[in-house]
Design a protein around this ligand. Sequence first.
Ligand code: ADP
Length: 666
Amino acid sequence: MQEVEAHRPSLAANGRNPTGGLLRAEQLVALVPATAIFLVLVLLAALLWFLDGEERETRRINLINDALWVEQALRFAIQSDQDDLAQLAFDIGHGVSLQAAQDRFEHVVRNSPEIVGLAWRDATGAVLMAVPGNFSDRSNAGADVVDRTIALATQSGKNRFSPVFSASDDSNVFELAIPFYRDMAPAGLLIARFSLDSLLANQVPWWVAQRYQVTFESQDGATLSQKSKSIVASGLGRHAILFDPPGGDLLLTVAPFNERTDIAGYALLAAIIWFSLIAIASLIATRRNMRRRSVAEAALREEHAFRKAMEESLTVGMRARDLDGRIIYVNPSFCKMTGYDAEALIGRTPPMPYWLPEEIESTMELHQMVLDGRAPREGFEIKFQRKDGQRFDALIYEAPLIDAGGRHFGWMASVVDVTERKNMADMARRQNEKLAQTARLVTMGEMASTLAHELNQPLAAISSYATGSLKRLEGGDIPHADLNDNFGKISAQAQRAGQIIRRIRAFVRKSEPKFEWVDLNAVITDTLDFMAADLKAHRVTVDNRGGAAIPKCRGDQILLEQVLLNLLRNAIEAMSGTDPAERILSIRCRLQSAEIVISIGDRGPGIAPDAEANLFVPFATSKNEGMGMGLSICRTIVELHRGRIWFRNRAEGGTEFSFSVAVGQV
Ligand code: ADP
């Protein structure tokens, strides 16, 4: 796992270069539409700016034209008044009664609203008549200006306009002095007063007043009169024309109102900007999305590479099948195990090419069991055949394949090649067998003298029966019945000797464990029989409490005898120092839940506390001639029978060794 972890960064680093390159290329591609939109925006702005300039220019020209038109209109009005007044002055010069003059004055003031006053002065300057009556009072504001104008007109003999001045009612006005003559001699002056306000109010037409603010200003910028008080647009400019006559410093200015309400234009511009911003924002979002996607893709690629590396480093074969048993996936390890390519396996339905040809039927049954969900949870072993014909043992664990929606869609098997493991286990087993056999031989060697003694008894009996019979035959006095009896005894003893030898042969024979139904009570009796001579030699009394009804169990008779023999011999040896009257060996055999327990108790010294830990360890012995293999072999044999072995020191002294054997199948 650590190794895999260590590979991760390098995988990531390998994947980063192409990914980085891709990212840059994608970023550049994503920039193109953004740049295009930006350029369109700039061009639009330029176009709008250009159109705005054009419009401003048009409006400026219109303004100048209109301003000139207003000037002309005002001048025309003043000129026309001037012509009328000149006619009036001429008429007065040629004799008009005061009453007639007054009528005509009133007529002029009524019909020409810009003329707010008229006065008739004689050659001395005295006011003969004025409309309105107080028009030429000396107390009037601007009297000086008027006097100067009168003086100038009188001197020059020509019409003269006064500069603009403020009248006593605060209105800005100017006056026109028209000298007239009688019989070629100056006869007086006609003075007409023009109001700037009235001039603007009456002579500027409505369509101009609607669009422009028309103002009379002094040169220093002071407003003298104004048509309309509306607010003027600040940025749209104005046009000023020197309005001379009447006053040398009078300016006529025309300024457009802020009438431009090009809402549609602004709305269009705003919409274009708004949509462009939305387009740019969505582009940015798309780009971010793309970047996130490429990061996710890179992570996915990395994950894929990681999985692949893991998959390739797996020594366990993986094989997935759908619910119909069709192979949908195999990993490289499985391919290596079977020798078939993934292409050759994926899509295959049973029988599979790696099944043993002679076991197609049983394998098919097993296959069906897996598909039915009845495969053993702890896995099962099976033999497979590689493409090259070589066979191997596979340990298979099957697990259901569940998709993201929780649907069961197949079976995943992990396949482990256990050939090597099995070979090793076989070897270990064989070695154990060999060891057990050697131990049996050693035991027999150790028992040789007692066995020889035991064998000697029937042989000696045969010999004595034979010798006795021969002697009596030689004497010729043996009755047929006695001879028959003697031969019977000889035969029985020979059989006993043969039985002893057979048992020794069986005990030391080299064979694989052979499991069969075994009656443990019989095994105990047989072993005790076998050891009868030994027990007798050591003056040991046996207290066999077996014989109770216990079920038969599966086991190897010889191996179980070997366990008993070892334990009995250890017990006998342990009691060598015990008083012969106390040398009691107790044997018990009982059924405890699902196992049969056999206990062998002695009256020896018990096990020393420091020896307890190493008791079942090979070569641990306290005896001079001991090998220390006995208990270790006993444990191996007992475990082979799915049992266990243990001991306890008895309260009354001595040790009790017990072992169990599972009831039922091994
Ligand atoms: P060996 O008999 O060759 O020594 P074993 O493995 O059979 O080898 O026994 C190991 C040791 O356990 C013995 O040397 C002995 O010290 C001790 N032992 C075994 N059985 C008994 C017993 N019944 N009482 C006392 N000690 C025992």
